[in-house]
Design a protein around this ligand. Structure first.
Ligand code: GLC
Length: 450
């Protein structure tokens, strides 16, 4: 029997653990995928897709020397974009560590670059007042004890020459290495706000990673930390967080990837569960020199509104190139997102699901702390704009966020048939306008009487 769903923010907020409140308030983060794959320039899966052996891949280690790496510039871009948290890859599936791990030589401090890129990232973003997260791949195509032949994704998965080597591998030795590195990240780099594991697949999930032991260790050193659900699943699957009995390693949020959940994400009792849609700005996480298929700033703005309207977060990715430069088109998206958020951020930060069906012209978000609703208009309407779902007689003030102009309820005869519905006219002097003040998303703020 599904318990009556408590879908209004006021109930939901009460159910959210204290440590999650900043995360659900802040709504928008930046994902940074950077590694040796950024030199190859075919995306972060190139080693697997192009069947590149460790020996052949070594050339990228030997040539890793991004002397222009300047995370302060990244942090300034993120700050200007209204980004509230940032997550950077410390080790991706390729196994190369962007931090000074004592457990491997395959790390940035052993290259000509010679620096701990993660430490510099954390320092720069903290200084900018942005919360920090670390992405850590539990998959490792470099470690000698990680499966290769017959694995679902390892670069040498179908190379017969590697079949025999599998017998020499000791996966427990890999787990010891992986757990030790996660401990390094949790003990040597100060307060970490989010740990973003990636990812479970095939039979490689849950206790195969000794997940309970791993999570207990992480929470011992970083008791407030927020974890994702990818010790159990990937973007495919929600994990035990939506079940009646979440595992200890279920994580704190679900990670839909390159998709926005049609109806948000809810547990078996139909209650909202924290989730974060991670999306690329083109079609690759890691730098890809042939991928010019960038999303428009308008699309990213509207998708952030959609995530917020469904009670979710959005993590927007950049894939800096071999020199640590963020692609121009990605930077342009963040720049325009920031301009829109400077005017309309109050309709995102601290907002969530309104409990009202989306209007035909756009989306609705609601402040999680009061009777304030935001009507997001993506396309012009004929006549006055309906403020659907709100009792007309409870509307206290109406304001156009873009310029603070106070609007009044439309009294025109054309809406007389809809007695209890509020309508507003956007144009000046009650004139209808068919060019929205902000064609990306024009936001109307509606405050209800208590
Ligand atoms: C997938 C990809 C990985 C990427 C992650 C980001 O797991 O395999 O390359 O880092 O998505 O969500």
């Amino acid at each position: 029997m599904i318990q009556e769903s408590r879908i209004l923010n006021k109930d939901y907020e009460a159910a959210v653990p204290e440590k999650m409140k900043w995360y659900l308030h802040d709504r928008v983060g930046m994902f940074i995928h950077w590694g040796l794959y950024s030199l190859l320039g075919h995306g972060e899966w190139a080693m697997s897709r192009e069947r590149i052996s460790k020996e052949e891949y070594r050339q990228y280690f030997d040539n890793f020397n991004p002397q222009d790496y300047d995370p302060k510039k990244w942090a300034a871009m993120a700050k200007n974009a209204g980004i509230k948290y940032a997550i950077m890859t410390s080790k991706h599936h390729e196994g190369f560590c962007l931090f000074d791990s004592q457990y491997t030589d395959f790390k940035s401090t052993n290259t000509a670059f010679g620096r701990d890129a993660i430490r510099e990232f954390l320092d720069a973003f903290r200084e900018a007042g942005i919360k920090v997260g670390i992405y850590y791949s539990i998959i490792d195509w470099h470690h000698p004890d990680y499966p290769e032949y017959g694995d679902m994704y390892a670069p040498m998965r179908d190379n017969e020459e590697y079949r025999e080597r599998e017998k020499e591998k000791n996966f427990d030795r890999y787990l010891e290495y992986m757990h030790a590195q996660v401990k390094e990240l949790c003990t040597n780099y100060g307060k970490i706000d989010i740990l973003w594991f990636d990812y479970a697949y095939d039979n490689m999930r849950g206790e195969k990673w000794q997940a309970t032991k791993l999570v207990r260790m992480v929470k011992h050193y970083q008791p407030h930390i927020i974890l994702n659900n990818r010790l159990e699943v990937s973007g495919n699957g929600f994990g035990s967080i939506v079940t009646a009995n979440p595992n200890e390693y279920s994580g704190d949020f679900v990670t839909p990837e390159q998709v926005i959940p049609p109806d948000g994400i809810r547990n078996v009792w139909n209650e909202p569960v924290p989730w974060e849609a991670c999306v690329t700005t083109n079609n690759h996480w890691g730098y890809c020199n042939k991928d010019y298929n960038f999303k428009s700033p308008e699309l990213i703005i509207r998708k952030l509104v959609e995530c917020t309207s469904k009670g979710g977060n959005m993590l927007i990715n950049v894939g800096p190139d071999k020199d640590g430069i963020i692609p121009e088109k990605s930077a342009a998206i963040f720049n325009e997102l920031g301009a829109w958020l400077r005017t309309n951020g109050e309709s995102i930060y601290g907002c969530g699901y309104a409990g009202i069906e989306k209007p035909e012209y756009g989306r609705i978000t609601k402040s999680c702390s009061g009777n304030v609703y935001y009507y997001h208009i993506f396309e012009p309407v004929i006549g006055p704009v309906v403020l659907s779902g709100l009792p007309k007689d409870k509307i206290e003030t109406i304001e156009l966020l873009i310029n603070g102009r106070k609007l009044t309820l439309a009294s025109s005869w054309v809406v007389n048939n809809y007695k209890n519905m509020g309508f507003v006219t956007l144009g000046d002097n009650e004139e209808y306008t068919y060019t929205l003040p902000d064609t990306r998303d024009t936001v109307i703020k509606v405050v209800l009487r208590n």
